[in-house]
Design a protein. Structure first.
Lengths: 326, 197
């Protein structure tokens, strides 16, 4: 190729492939596109050997031109020997008695744009880099908006679930929550105790002092139940004046009896309401999951209820187990 | 209308006139919600009611409100991410004008169901252009007036804009470029990503 042509070729290549390099037969860079210069600020590129400026990772360690030209498909992986050493992709093809190499930032383009402070003019007009940067930013913004929406929806969902598992009058768990807790304990094969609690004389309070008094009593009962149970226990209101307590990991009859006695004593105290006294008491029945080869919620609840009605039959404000003796 | 559009209108009112003004506008428009979700779709009528309520509250013509929204979208610091996305369109203001044909396509790449007006730039002379906006929603041309005005400032270009209507129902903006490097303009750094606030 003649000198005059050379100049025109270089100019054309600078515009079409601003990251190209022309190598001579000895692997020395004779001309480099303007963007290659940005990789080596303040350094001369032309006249230096390719291997001196770049470390080759594929084909690994190749220094001589013949080795580079043998790379399958002419594909090169390399990075500049000066920091920030951003990984580059390259393609090499024979040219005259030397070679032509074109570089690209590949997937590290985001880092490269920052590290080398690149602008639109550093890329060929046909290069998709600008579109890719645009897309990354646009998608990140859209993703962020979606992420925020998801967060808000999740918050709303948790609030809705919380509501659906809660008895709104007392703040205790509801029947649905109780079914869920029992189901989970059984599925996990964990031992637990189920205590059914029924208020005595509640109907009398409602009838003589009104529903507002009744509601107040239920709220007080709920408070007492929560205070008497541990963090991991569940107190649920499952009917008008019916409650169920679930004690995971508790199968000790003596301990459960103590809890029941304490509850009966506390629930037997008159509850003041607008200068009047509401008098109730509580009857209870308990069953233990260890009583069953294959515990199931329905049977256990029925057995706890049976023990509860046996207590009521023995004169209210009492607690009993199912089965009665063991 | 896409939630992004409604959300943009909401943020325009909140950022420019405050939360109280936004509450007054939603009350006036009879909206049930107090905030729009950017990634949900809403009934078109909501947007119309909203714009009507803003115009009434601010005592400004609707067209002027729309143009203010366009200006807000590009120039308010809270929407820096959007300004950046628009600046990807080109190195100079003229490059940017030529990129407008692709804008709806670019927007769809990011948010598939976002429908922007079809834009068509025609150049009549080196410094004389017209931009045709075609949309189901009349008034997008006014928003584009605001966007173009603010972006001209951003590029440091001095332009004259004139709004009109084409015979086929499209909106037309006549753009006269008086000077492309009139002022310093704001810098655009390719690698300087910002989060959409």
């Amino acid at each position: 190729m003649t000198g005059g042509d050379d100049h025109g070729v270089n100019r054309a290549l600078d515009a079409l492939c601003p990251m190209h390099m022309r190598l001579d037969a000895g692997g020395v860079i004779r001309h480099a596109g303007p963007t290659v210069g940005k990789l080596f600020p303040g350094r001369a590129i032309e006249g230096r050997a390719l291997a001196e400026l770049f470390e080759m990772t594929r084909p690994r360690g190749a220094a001589r031109l013949e080795a580079l030209l043998r790379a399958p498909g002419g594909k090169l992986h390399l990075h500049p020997r000066v920091p920030p050493c951003v990984a580059l992709k390259g393609v090499i093809a024979p040219w005259d008695d030397g070679a032509l190499v074109n570089l690209s930032f590949g997937i590290s383009v985001l880092d490269a744009v920052r590290a080398y402070e690149l602008t639109d003019t550093d890329f060929a007009a046909t290069d998709m880099t600008i579109e890719m940067l645009y897309l990354v930013e646009a998608k990140s913004a859209a993703m962020e908006a979606s992420r925020k929406l998801n967060q808000r929806l999740k918050g709303a969902m948790i609030a809705a679930e919380e509501q659906a598992f809660t008895d709104t009058l007392t703040g205790l768990k509801n029947r649905r929550a109780m079914d869920y807790v029992i189901g989970r304990l059984i599925a996990q094969g964990r031992d637990f105790a189920l205590m059914a609690v029924d208020l005595d004389y509640f109907k009398t309070v409602n009838d003589t002092l009104g529903h507002a008094a009744g509601d107040h009593v239920l709220q007080e009962v709920a408070r007492i139940l929560v205070d008497a149970t541990r963090e991991r226990d569940t107190a649920a209101r499952v009917g008008g004046d019916e409650f169920v307590l679930i004690f995971p990991g508790l199968s000790d009859r003596a301990r459960l009896s103590r809890v029941a006695r304490r509850l009966i004593a506390q629930l037997g105290r008159p509850i003041p309401y607008q200068g009047r006294e509401c008098r109730i008491s509580a009857s209870m029945g308990t069953t233990l999951s260890v009583n069953y080869a294959h515990p199931d919620a329905e049977t256990m609840l029925a057995d706890a209820d049976a023990a509860l009605y046996a207590s009521k039959g023995r004169g209210r404000a009492r607690h009993g187990f199912h089965p009665a003796s063991q | 209308m896409h939630g992004l559009v409604n959300r943009a209108i909401e943020r325009f009112v909140r950022d420019s006139y405050g939360t109280e003004a936004w509450r007054a506008v939603t009350r006036r428009a009879g909206l049930e919600m107090t905030s729009f979700e950017a990634m949900l779709a809403y009934d078109d009528k909501l947007t119309e009611d909203l714009l009507g309520a803003i115009a009434a509250h601010l005592e400004k013509p609707r067209d002027e409100v729309l143009e203010d929204i366009g200006t807000y979208l590009v120039s308010h610091p809270n929407l820096e991410a959007l300004r950046r996305l628009l600046r990807f369109g080109g190195v100079t203001f003229v490059d940017f004008l030529h990129s407008l044909d692709d804008l709806p396509g670019r927007a769809r790449l990011a948010v598939e169901d976002l429908e922007l007006p079809r834009l068509e730039l025609r150049d009549h002379a080196a410094n004389l252009f017209s931009l045709l906006c075609r949309s189901r929603y009349h008034g997008f041309g006014h928003v584009m007036m605001g966007v173009l005005r603010a972006l001209a400032d951003d590029y440091g270009a001095l332009v004259l804009l004139e709004y009109g209507a084409a015979s086929d129902g499209a909106e037309v903006i006549c753009i006269t470029l008086i000077e492309s490097a009139y002022a310093e303009g704001r810098t655009f750094d390719l690698g300087g990503r910002t989060a959409l606030g």
